[in-house]
Every structure is written in C-alpha cells, then in structure tokens.
Design a protein around this ligand. Structure first.
Ligand code: GDP
Length: 464
C-alpha cells in the first residue's frame, strides 16, 4: 500500500500570521529538501529543526529563511519520510515555497491525505483519525478533552478489548462444545451466558455515551423563544458575549433565526434566536415563524423568555404547545433589573400544576449581566448530565459511524445471549459472534473498503 508519490500542502490556515508550516511527505522528500536547500545533506539532522535558506531550484531565487525539520520514515506522522518547513507567514511566502516544492516533483495533497497515509501506514486507526479531525475542529474544552483521549487511543483500546473479549467468548464456547456428552463440561453454559451478559454491559455503557458524545461535536441546540420584545436578542448577545444578533425595539423584526456557536462552561451549544410566534403575521414574518417552529421542535433545550412587562400568559402556554413531549424548558424571567428585581411570576414546580417540561425557572438581566452564569449551568446540567466524564478519561462515542458499529455489535451479542438462553444449539448461537467482531474491526479500520476511507478523509482540511 506504500505511496509512491510525494505530497505537499500548507498545514496552517492561509492568511496573515507570523508563521506558516508547509508539510511534505513521501519518498521524494529527501530529494526535494536537497533541491531547495543548498548543502542540506551535510546539515540535515533527523527530527531537529535546522535554520536554512530556501531557494527555488528553477531559478535559484531566494524564497525564505525557514526552520526545516526532517522526520525519516517510519518515525513520522505519516510513517513516510516527512518534512515540516516553518516559513514566514502571510499568503505569499508559504505559497511560493509550496509551489517550488511542487516544481521539484511533489503534488498538492488532497484534504486529509497526510492523516490517510498515517492510517494506511498503521500510525493510527480510523477512530484515532476521527479524533484528529475533532481535535482540530473542537470549539469547546469538553470536545477537546474527548478528542484528545480518542487520538491517544482511548476509544480504540476499549473497542479492541471488546473485540478480544468476543474472541475469548468464542474460545470459551469451543471448550463448552468439546465435551458434549459429559454432564458437567469444563465450561458450563451458564458461564458462557454470564460472560456474554458482561460484554453486553460494557457495550451498553459505551452506547450510553453516544447521545452526549454526538452533541459534543454538533453542539446542543438551544432555542430562545418568547414574545417579541421579551429580551431574546439581548440575552442571545449577552450569552455570546459579543454583538452578533441585531437587537431591535420593533416587535417582530427578527424575521429569521440567528444561530451562533458558543462554549458555555466548556461545553458546546448552538444558540438560536427565533422570531416570535404570533398569529397576525405578514408573509416574510410567517416564513420566519415557520423556521422558529422547526427549531423549537428540534431544540435540546428551549429558553422561554418572559418579561416582567407582561408576565406569563396565553402566548407562553402556546409556546409550550409547540414543543415536543420530551422537550426541556428553562423559563426565564428576563429584564429582572427592572421592577425592583422581582420579575414575572412564572409557573414553577409540578406540584403547583406547572408543565413538567419546565425544568428550571431562573431570573436574568441581559442588561446587567446577572443570572447568565446560572443559565449556562442549567444548560450544561440539562444536556451534558454525566455520561461524558469532565476529565475526558473515559471513551466516548462521538460519531454516528462509531455508534452504528457498536450498535451492530451489541445487537449480535444480545442475539447470541438470547439464543443460548432459549436453548438454541451453541454452534448456531455462535454465528452471531463473528458479525459482532467484524463490526468492531470495521470501526477501527482493520479492514475497510476504500470508499469508506475516501469519504472519511476527504472531510479533513488540507495539510492534515
Ligand atoms: P426580543 O424581541 O425578544 O429579541 O427582545 P430584545 O432583546 O430586542 O429586547 C427588547 C427590549 O427590551 C429592548 O428595548 C431591550 O433594550 C430591552 N431589554 C432587553 N433585555 C433587557 C434587560 O435585561 N433589562 C432591561 N432593562 N431591558 C432589557
């Protein structure tokens, strides 16, 4: 599978900056360094940065003075000969260097191609590669920790352990089957069933991390709802800590939904400010209202904003009627700096007949900045309630691909246990174990169709 061509890419984002890193990987790396750096052979030190003048071999022009680090394969990120060239930043210098490298026999890398080569050379498995992508894209500390744990092999180890346990289960079954005539075979059926059940427990614990794990990547959807002028946009901005949405005095002017990503207390949220849902609306506004309804139904948490000016009424009840049965609502007394800080009276507590979907009632003032921390804490509590360890030391499923694979394994192991318990001959029950192992092997990419690989790596950024 060894690559024969050499690839080059800018590994840092283009644009103004102090430094840029150009990466080269493949069998031609040494020759390229020799072509670009006069006297390179004598000065090259493996895995150590060397300050060098880079020239364009086509016309001998000086390109930059740069730090060049050469990593001979297999001790490199890709497992091939690889060089990282730290040039001066900006748009031109790194582009000229990359161009000179292309002129010396390399070709431009496709997105994710460096990581794909690392995978093909056995430097990391598919789950780790996915962790690399999440790490690069992480916008919250929580995903950062989980992704790093994944890159370090945490989830991969858990999956291989489960796979090994499956192989062990097969071996146990063989022992059980080897002594069919004896009343008391060395491995009683009960033990096989017991181990199968224990494995189910491990798979269930892993699957339990998926809902929160997947939200860690996407960000939990938090929708601000309430009448026009209830203070939604102001709260939206206050939570973002920056002026992103337009705050307007006129009711019904936020026509569409405004969405922003924000990390609250280290956890990722997608904050959406919607148009107020009202009866008498013009065409444009109705479109906005439709958008708002869709968001409301999809929301992980709804922040229902109720201003002191009107208090709780029919419109608020109407908002509740738009929500899913299992929706979580935080009712907010907004503008609590007014009215002597009393704020609106909101229905609270199921005992008092309040809607059970109202999980919390809080007071906030976007203007004074009070209560914002409590809103963040309530959101974290409601969405990230515990299956994602804050320390990031427990494996977490963060992608549908991972969850689906573990679900297949779980289904097959459950079928195996059920079959044994209902008296199906052990040889037949055992046919469920192999597909469970295959599901985990596919996840790790022990054997993976090219198509899956290409799709997975094409989502990476270039230079990674
Ligand atoms: P929206 O229509 O629900 O998005 O409401 P806005 O955020 O546009 O706010 C409506 C009005 O209430 C504006 O005049 C804001 O300045 C005012 N307002 C918003 N939040 C507060 C607050 O915390 N305290 C006070 N005193 N006024 C606020």
């Amino acid at each position: 599978m060894e690559a024969t061509d050499t690839i080059v890419a800018l590994a840092t984002p283009p644009g103004r900056g102090a430094l840029a890193v150009v990466r080269v990987s493949g069998p031609g790396t040494r020759a390229i360094l020799q072509a670009l750096i006069p006297g390179w052979e004598g000065r090259a030190e493996e895995r150590r940065p060397v300050l060098a003048r880079l020239i364009d071999p086509r016309d001998e022009s000086l390109l930059d003075r740069a730090l060049v680090t050469f990593f001979p394969g297999p001790n490199s990120y890709t497992g091939e000969d690889l060089a990282e060239i730290s040039t001066h930043g900006g748009t031109l210098v790194p582009a000229l260097v990359a161009d000179a490298i292309e002129g010396s026999g390399a070709r431009a890398a496709r997105p994710g191609e460096f990581t794909q080569r690392a995978y093909l050379n056995g430097k990391l498995d598919l789950v780790q590669a996915e962790g690399v992508r999440d790490l690069v894209e992480a916008r919250s500390e929580a995903l950062h920790r989980v992704a790093l744990h994944q890159v370090e092999g945490g989830l991969s180890r858990r999956l291989s352990d489960i796979r090994e346990a499956l192989v062990g289960l097969e071996a146990l079954l063989v022992h059980h089957l080897d002594f069919p005539e004896e009343d008391d075979p060395p491995v009683p059926l009960e033990r096989v069933i017991g181990e199968g059940r224990a494995l189910l427990g491990t798979l269930d614990a892993l699957l339990a991390t998926a809902p929160e794990g997947e939200l860690l990547r996407e960000g939990a959807l938090v929708v601000l709802a309430g009448r026009p002028n209830a203070g939604k946009s102001s709260l939206f901005n206050a939570l973002l800590g920056q002026e992103r949405a337009i705050v307007n005095e006129q009711p019904g002017t936020t026509r569409d939904a405004v969405e922003a990503q924000v990390s609250l207390g280290g956890y990722p949220f997608r904050l959406v400010d919607t148009a107020g849902i009202r009866g008498d609306a013009g065409e444009t506004e109705r479109l906005g209202i439709e958008v708002a309804r869709r968001y409301l139904r999809a929301a992980d948490v709804v922040l229902l904003c109720v201003s002191t000016e009107w208090g709780w009424g029919a419109i608020e009840e109407h908002f509740l009627s738009e929500l899913r049965e299992d929706a979580a609502v935080v009712a907010l007394r907004t503008k609590c700096d007014r009215d002597g800080g009393r704020g609106a009276t909101l229905p609270e507590g199921e005992a008092q007949g309040a809607d059970p979907r109202i999980r919390k009632v809080l007071s906030v003032s976007a203007l004074g900045g009070t209560g914002l921390g409590e809103v963040g804490a309530a959101l974290r509590e409601l969405v990230f309630a515990g299956s994602v360890e804050p320390s990031g030391s427990v494996p977490v499923l963060t992608r549908r691909r991972q969850t689906r694979g573990v679900e297949v394994a779980r289904r097959e192991v459950a079928a195996f246990v059920d079959a044994l318990r209902s008296g199906v001959p052990a040889e037949m029950a055992a046919t469920h174990l192999r597909p469970a192992e295959t599901a985990l092997e596919d996840l790790l990419g022990v054997i993976s169709p090219d198509e899956v690989l290409d799709r997975l790596f094409s989502e990476f950024c270039i230079g990674k």
